[in-house]
Design a protein around this ligand. Structure first.
Ligand SMILES: [Zn+2]
Length: 593
């Protein structure tokens, strides 16, 4: 605390005086989060700053701005904005401030400070965007995608900068480049998405419950198209690095061999696919086999496919040679893909409509996205409407581009701007029916809104099976989508069927289609009877159910049970607990199956 500009400490060192514990704590460890605040006591110095240098660095050196750590911050009286310092003079606020925010929006974090009109939205919606959707949005995250081998990434083909700006988005970027060279490195953008023309309308009912209707022509022009890259890695021992070859060891090498586990049509002799090869599920991506002939190839699972983007061969320090094959997939939005605005309004694509069927404005503008008006009243996100209205103004050439939280334009300023440009004040548009050409009686709100494509895609989630692999222990269907697994039919779903009285359906779901099995019960002692092989007089051996308690084969019946129940019975038996089964004859004859 205090005037660090004249102190002997480095300005990144944090000093906390804790009166309660009679301690002074000094923090100088790397990676601490510090944030800049104005020092109220030194604000007067700003007038006499020599050379009129008002750069951040100069303000920092002169002690006008100070970097505050989380512990120090507890003892600061921080004004939210300059105007709160002046209010103090008028006697409205008796508070004596020690520090002041540089901008009112700087009390928000990075991903929140770039939300336009965040202060007009419900807090929960702002959190949805800043914590969830901003992380899931597909953008252009790296500048070196061509030399990277990521296990799983998405890249947006045509990322855009939003029309609006915020104070925080202006401040982001790397300082310290000498003047004149700054133009070479563009400022990093922290926005992942595109500016779409969004209409708020009920479009034939295809945007119910947060789903949205998109313009097929826009998608065909490349809107929200993205590239999905997935890499497969495999390694072999490097014989030279290991020195000598260990005896009796089956050396494994990359190479093409006739594999029994999958197709090798796209592989070259070295065991790797050629660049541009179109691999489908079931194909071998990396061919690898042992000298003994054992097949160690890497195969594509049933949901995986793509074009070979690159093949990388390298070695690591642990004496392994490894190969990475990257597969590329181009994905245009399809039904079920998820999108979100910057105001926590997420939705899935419900219908792809042809451009000619959308309502169009006098200028011939057709929406890219149509969202349902019901998304607004309960969610309380007027920020999105303000964004669209301001975006419309900016698109018409307005100079007011800022949508910084807490210091946004007034609604009047935004509406006046639209009015001056000859538009309806409230952003509504007179539209014509695309099918009939007739004027639509009601006006429709339309405007450019920044939309994000989220990485939850229908293609990665679609799941289906009739019969397939089962878990070896429980004999119930496996859950894994890549291995043709099933979908869990849980307790709540079970409760639904019980409530409906759909007993036969429930039986089918939980028994016939799951782990249907049979076991034998001795009706005399009510214990479980096992199928064993035993000798019979005459020297022969026969196999069949046998009660070890009664030592007889008399009166043993077969019952249908789920394998899970049988397993439980056997596990309890192994712990010395025997279950007894009451059985009775089924009255109705069983239908032959
Ligand atoms: Zn028995």
């Amino acid at each position: 605390m205090g005037d660090k500009s004249i102190s002997i400490c480095h300005r990144l060192v944090e000093i906390k005086r804790d009166g309660q514990h009679r301690e002074v704590r000094i923090f100088s460890d790397a990676g601490r989060i510090l944030r800049p605040l104005l020092v109220v006591g030194n604000l007067k110095k700003i007038k006499v700053l020599k050379g009129g240098d008002y750069s951040f660095q100069s303000l920092l050196e002169n002690g006008i701005i100070e970097l505050i750590g989380p512990e120090e911050e507890e003892d600061c009286y921080t004004a939210w904005g300059i105007k709160y310092l002046l209010m103090e003079k008028e006697g409205k606020q008796p508070m004596e401030y020690t520090h002041c925010e540089l901008d009112m929006s700087f009390l928000l974090g990075l991903s929140c400070g770039i939300i336009p009109f965040a202060n007009h939205d419900h807090a929960r919606r702002v959190l949805y965007q800043s914590e969830k959707h901003s992380q899931q949005a597909i953008g252009f995250s790296t500048t070196n995608p061509n030399i990277r081998v990521d296990t799983n990434t998405h890249q947006l083909y045509y990322p855009q900068k939003p029309l609006f700006q915020t104070m925080l988005s202006d401040c982001l970027g790397k300082p310290g480049y000498p003047r004149g060279h700054s133009a070479k490195l563009p400022k990093p953008e922290f926005f992942n998405g595109q500016c779409a023309i969004v209409a708020v309308n009920v479009h034939l009912g295809y945007n119910q419950e947060d789903s949205l209707v998109m313009n097929r022509a826009s998608l065909e022009r490349g809107m929200f198209r993205s590239e999905h890259i997935r890499s497969y890695k495999s390694e072999v021992d490097n014989k030279e690095a290991l020195g000598k070859k260990p005896k009796f060891e089956d050396t494994v090498n990359f190479g093409k061999t006739q594999s029994k586990i999958g197709r090798v049509d796209s592989l070259d002799d070295d065991g790797f696919p050629f660049i541009g090869a179109n691999l489908q599920s079931g194909d071998i991506v990396i061919g690898k086999y042992a000298e003994s002939g054992a097949d160690h190839s890497v195969k594509l699972k049933h949901t995986e496919r793509g074009m070979v983007q690159k093949v990388v061969l390298s070695a690591n320090d642990e004496g392994k040679n490894f190969a990475v094959v990257s597969l590329r997939q181009v994905r245009s939005p399809c039904l079920g893909d998820k999108f979100s605005s910057m105001h926590g309004q997420k939705g899935v694509l419900g219908f792809l409509e042809s451009q000619e069927n959308f309502p169009f404005t006098v200028q011939g503008i057709v929406p890219d996205i149509v969202i349902n008006p019901h998304a607004f009243p309960s969610r309380q996100t007027p920020g999105q409407l303000l964004e669209a209205a301001l975006g419309k103004g900016i698109a018409l050439g307005s100079t007011q581009k800022y949508a910084t939280p807490f210091s946004t334009l007034s609604v009047d300023a935004i509406t006046d701007q639209l009015h001056r440009a000859g538009f309806s004040r409230w952003g509504n548009e007179r539209v014509y029916n695309g099918r009939t050409g007739e004027m639509i009686r009601s006006l429709i709100f339309m405007g450019p809104t920044f939309y994000q494509r989220l990485h939850h895609m229908a293609e990665d989630k679609v799941k289906f099976r009739n019969t397939g692999p089962v878990h070896p222990l429980t004999r119930q269907p496996v859950a894994d989508r890549k291995r043709f697994g099933g979908i869990k039919f849980g307790e709540m779903e079970r409760d639904c069927l019980i409530a409906h009285g759909a007993a036969a359906n429930l039986h089918e779901r939980l028994f016939t289609l799951s782990d249907s099995s049979q076991m034998h019960i001795c009706r005399k002692c009510k214990n479980m009877a096992n199928v064993i092989q035993r000798p019979v007089p005459g020297g022969r051996k026969i196999r069949g159910p046998y009660c070890r308690f009664c030592e007889s084969v008399e009166d043993i019946i077969r019952v249908n049970v789920p394998y899970g129940a049988k397993l439980l019975c056997q596990e309890l038996f192994s712990m010395g607990i025997s279950l007894k089964f009451e059985t009775e004859e089924r009255e109705t004859p069983q239908t032959p199956s």
